[in-house]
Design a binder for this molecule. Structure first.
Ligand code: FAD
Ligand code: FES
Length: 333
């Protein structure tokens, strides 16, 4: 299979309908594009920078064609790289819960918080498995996952020095800049890992992040110390076996007074409740959605999700390329 060099957020509306661009692919361009087109997010093609384009929506290769060598987009999300990554550490965090740190300098160089990687999980598993990027530093990328089926079982059995075939970073991540000076990061269960990098990024940008992390019970609690090293973190358990008895939404409501934005990842009912709380408080809310995935790059339509278009009608987006992170107001709950 040819791996895409660039996965565009949207298809061009006129003249050019390709979803992703591949190295050495010859593409035809039309002369103009609508303001809604992905050209806005594209920084350069073959090293020719967008600011050298004659006008924002007039492409330099007007009415001609070019062979793609490199494509860079503004938020880095267009660059998906296939990298063979050596496992630096695979740790068991709890029953069926694992953390893998792998050497992935190329992917780390492009990663934005909230994006995911698509990992080949052994020869018997044809489809790659999507796993959120939990954190990355000095070319090492960390994922935290729960064993669900064959793919994640295979992944959990990796040892230091093993190689992983990883495609990433994929998707559209969180935009911490719009969450303001006092953002709240909410994670539920295995939705907790991607919120760690978000909280770190917000803290690094001078914000005062807080985290609210919910788990089924004491045994399911993960990453508590990692979050506490970055920000104030509140833990809840559904059964009260550890920390506060209750749901993340109970704590969130209490913290909303001075919150400037909310970002969340977890089960859909939790995200829906969080979106309603943020809406009532009048602050921006971003949610990371999960759908079963096939290709992970916008080509197979497996991950379709219902979204609201500007005129209120339902439209369908792809969790893998339009998401996984969406503005909560965009989601058809
Ligand atoms: C964007 C995104 C980020 C994710 N991040 C994490 C994470 O950080 N940690 C974590 O533990 N899990 C995460 N998941 C869920 C994880 O992808 C699934 O648990 C995993 O694919 C299950 O694979 P399996 O072979 O073990 O299970 P099986 O059930 O045997 O999988 C069969 C097929 O269904 C797909 N599938 C099954 N469950 C899911 C699911 N929930 N989402 C998407 N595809 C699924 C698999 O990819 C595979 O193709 C994420 C899912 C998405 C979509
Ligand atoms: S997983 Fe194939 S389009 Fe999203």
């Amino acid at each position: 299979m040819i791996q895409p060099l660039c996965v565009l957020q949207r298809t061009f509306s006129r003249g050019f309908a390709a979803i992703h661009l591949e190295r050495h692919q010859k593409v035809e361009f039309c002369s103009t594009f609508d303001a809604s087109d992905s050209i806005e997010t594209m920084v350069s093609i073959n090293g020719l920078k967008k600011d050298r384009f004659p006008c924002p929506f007039l492409f330099p290769f007007a009415q001609t064609s070019c062979t793609i060598e490199t494509v860079t987009t503004e938020r880095g999300r267009g660059m998906s790289i296939q990298e063979i990554c050596r496992v630096a550490e695979c740790t068991r965090l709890g029953e069926g819960l694992y953390s893998i740190t792998m050497h992935a300098p190329a992917i780390c160089g492009q990663t934005q918080v909230g994006q995911f990687v698509h990992i080949a999980c052994g020869e018997g598993n044809l489809l790659r498995r999507p796993i959120s990027i939990c954190d990355w530093q000095d070319g090492n990328l960390r994922i935290v996952f729960q064993v669900k089926g064959e793919g994640t079982k295979w992944l959990a059995a990796r040892k230091t020095g093993d190689e992983l075939d990883v495609l990433g970073p994929l998707g559209h991540g969180f935009d911490t800049a719009v969450l303001g000076a006092k953002p709240i990061f909410v994670g539920g269960g295995i939705g907790v890992p991607p919120m760690l990098a978000c909280a770190k990024k917000a803290a690094g940008e001078g914000a005062q992040p807080r985290a609210v992390l919910g788990f089924r019970n004491k045994d399911a609690v993960i990453l508590e110390e990692d979050f506490k090293a970055v920000c104030e973190a509140f833990i809840t358990t559904d059964d009260g076996s550890y920390a506060r008895h209750g749901f993340v939404t109970d704590v969130l409501k209490e913290l909303m007074g001075d919150a400037t934005g909310v970002a969340a990842c977890g089960p859909k009912p939790m995200l829906k409740a969080i979106a309603a709380i943020a809406d009532e408080a009048g602050v921006p809310c971003q949610v990371s959605m999960e759908e079963r995935m096939g290709c992970g790059i916008g080509a197979c339509l497996v991950c379709a999700c219902a979204l609201k278009s500007k005129n209120g009608e339902t439209r369908y987006g792809h969790v893998c390329k339009d998401g996984p992170v969406f503005d909560a107001k965009e989601v058809e709950w």
